[in-house]
Design a protein around this ligand. Structure first.
Ligand code: ADP
Ligand code: MG
Length: 553
């Protein structure tokens, strides 16, 4: 390792030279409190900024017990990353120092969810932050003085204000660790209590707007109906009352605009932990829960959707179904079998975003068009056996299809943002329904072959391109963050170039890499130059969903 003075000397030597001369700076430098690693220097001032690490020495100023357990570690890293982000904002103030991306300093921006992220990593000896720095130039001429200011004045200040142990820092970290303990406790209690999800009293579910995940001001706080109330004794947060959504079939009914979709959305995101002050800190959903929706136009490769779709007019084999352009119902059928293949034991469905013919077929329509002429077996005929035979629960928002009331174990009604348990009333209206056995045959058949991938690109959070092929993630509603999209890109690349072998199916590959992520962390699949941006943890469900949507599979 070189000294920081060495870096200063090298910098002064390359001043006014062509941009490429910056390359010689790649390496590691001792800065006292931390090590500065220049991992990758950008090719020109307009390219993605250079990749730099601040490896801050943790001489027991952040005590081990705060991050020894994995759930706490994620929370501690998340807190440090948010501090780093704030500190960059206040020290750098977005000022530019030349052309292109000169002088830009950024790091991963975390949203409301607490996720393991490549941008921050703590061990018992160091806290390591990954930041992006636009090495300054005027035109394409190196502006060494500007970089010197960044590396010798700005970054030390950023590092100090992020990591230096002060009582206020330790207090903040302790709070985050305690919240993580409480959230994990609730998650672990779910199976013991036979619950698919828990929503605490006082939770704020609605968001500020369609484009902001911050909590809505002046919203009606959540309150559990007495019949579904569960009270938990949290490790740190005292007694907590809330609604336990039991396993089985739960229908959320209610008039339009009464808060049904808002509750379901909160449950979708409840597979992740949320930061203090979010309003959904104690909205905890089974972590395998998957949002199912229609997704017209997606591609499907050799999947067995015969559970829902049979004898198509084209005579296509639906036990081994492939299309480049799925309909509403076939896409939702594929989404369902993929969720099952990914091991989801809770399915989340909103009638508003479902294909009507996938969900129900009423009696009169069945008389007009006989079962033999109708390729679709609607979800309602399978929902019972999904639970009884496969142990898969469903939580479904249904504002209009009353048919689901008759198969529900629990019926909730949203009334002016308040939940009432109307199960008895609904059952009085219900009729018996024929049950069918779910076909638990292999869902996904397509073995995945090796493939060379040159470039992964991320466009916002909802689209990913792998070389020339786009994967549309708009309808994977549980991808909540651009860094998750980047992670999916790296993972798909990893799978296609390394673990695919022409024999393993997508679900086996997703399972394998999910295990690796669990054991080795997000950095294990993040390339050193993370060219598509910082990454964040993703579940097996999203990995499989993404792989199955790749058109060149
Ligand atoms: P539904 O699906 O029943 O038609 P939504 O969940 O879409 O209703 O909610 C309708 C509107 O009410 C949304 O704008 C949402 O932000 C708002 N809303 C939802 N829950 C609450 C609440 N607890 N307090 C205040 N406003 C809410
Ligand atoms: Mg709705």
């Amino acid at each position: 390792m070189k000294s920081s003075e060495e870096l200063r000397r090298q910098l002064r030597q390359i001043d006014h030279k062509g941009y490429k001369a910056y390359k010689i700076l790649e390496g590691e430098y001792e800065f006292g409190a931390y090590r500065l690693c220049i991992d990758h220097v950008q090719g020109d001032p307009f390219a993605t900024p250079s990749r730099v690490r601040i490896v801050y020495k943790n001489q027991k100023n952040i005590p081990d017990e705060l991050f020894r357990e994995k759930h706490r570690k994620t929370a501690i890293e998340d807190t440090l990353l948010r501090r780093l982000h704030r500190s960059i904002g206040s020290v750098v103030k977005g000022q530019r120092r030349g052309s292109g991306k000169s002088g830009m300093v950024t790091t991963c921006r975390a949203g409301q969810e607490i996720l393991e992220r490549s941008a921050m990593h703590i061990t018992s000896t160091v806290a390591e932050a990954r930041i992006e720095v636009g090495f300054p130039a005027f035109g394409r001429t190196i502006a060494a003085g500007e970089l010197e200011t960044l590396l010798f004045d700005v970054l030390p200040e950023v590092a100090e204000s992020t990591f230096r142990a002060k009582p206020q820092l330790l207090e903040e970290l302790k709070k985050a660790a305690y919240l993580a303990d409480d959230q994990r406790f609730i998650r672990q209690e779910l199976p013991r209590l036979g619950l698919a999800a828990f929503v605490a009293d006082g939770a704020i579910l609605p968001r500020e707007s369609g484009i902001s995940q911050k909590k809505m001001k002046g919203a009606v706080p959540f309150e559990s109906p007495e019949s579904l109330a569960v009270t938990l004794q949290l490790p740190h947060g005292g007694m907590l009352r809330g609604m336990g959504i039991r396993r089985g079939i739960t229908v959320i009914a209610g008039g339009g605009f009464h808060g049904k979709s808002t509750l379901l959305k909160a449950l979708e995101r409840g597979v992740y932990n949320h930061i203090a002050g979010d309003g959904r800190e104690y909205v905890i959903t089974d972590e395998t829960a998957f949002k199912l929706r229609a997704e017209e136009g997606r591609s499907i490769h050799e999947e067995n959707i015969s559970m829902f779709i049979n004898h198509l007019p084209t005579k296509a084999d639906t036990a081994d179904f492939t299309t480049e352009n799925a309909s509403g119902s076939t896409s939702q059928a594929a989404n369902t079998v993929e969720a099952l293949a990914a091991g989801s034991t809770v399915l989340l469905i909103d009638e508003d975003t479902s294909a009507t013919n996938f969900m129900v077929r009423d009696g009169r329509m069945a008389q007009l068009v006989s079962d033999e002429k109708e390729p679709i077996t609607p979800f309602i005929r399978k929902i019972r056996s999904l639970y009884q035979d496969l142990g898969v629960s469903t939580i479904l928002v249904a504002g209009s299809s009353g048919d689901y009331l008759s198969v529900a174990d629990t019926v909730l009604q949203m009334d002016c943002y308040r939940v009432c348990d109307v199960t008895e009333k609904a059952h009085a209206l219900a009729q018996e329904l024929k049950e069918e056995k779910a076909d638990a045959a292999r869902w996904l058949r397509k073995p995945v072959r090796k493939k060379e991938i040159e470039k992964i690109r991320v466009h916002g959070w909802d689209s990913l391109s792998i070389d020339k092929s786009e994967i549309d993630l708009r309808y994977l509603e549980q991808v909540v963050d651009e860094s998750q999209t980047a992670a999916l890109g790296y993972i798909i690349q990893y799978i296609l170039t390394r673990t695919a072998d022409g024999r393993k199916t997508p679900d086996a590959l997703a399972e394998e890499i999910a295990k690796k992520l669990d054991a080795e962390g997000i950095l294990s699949i993040t390339p050193k130059n993370y060219s598509a941006g910082p990454s964040a943890m993703v579940r097996k469900q999203e990995i499989l969903a993404c792989l199955c949507r790749y058109r060149l599979l």
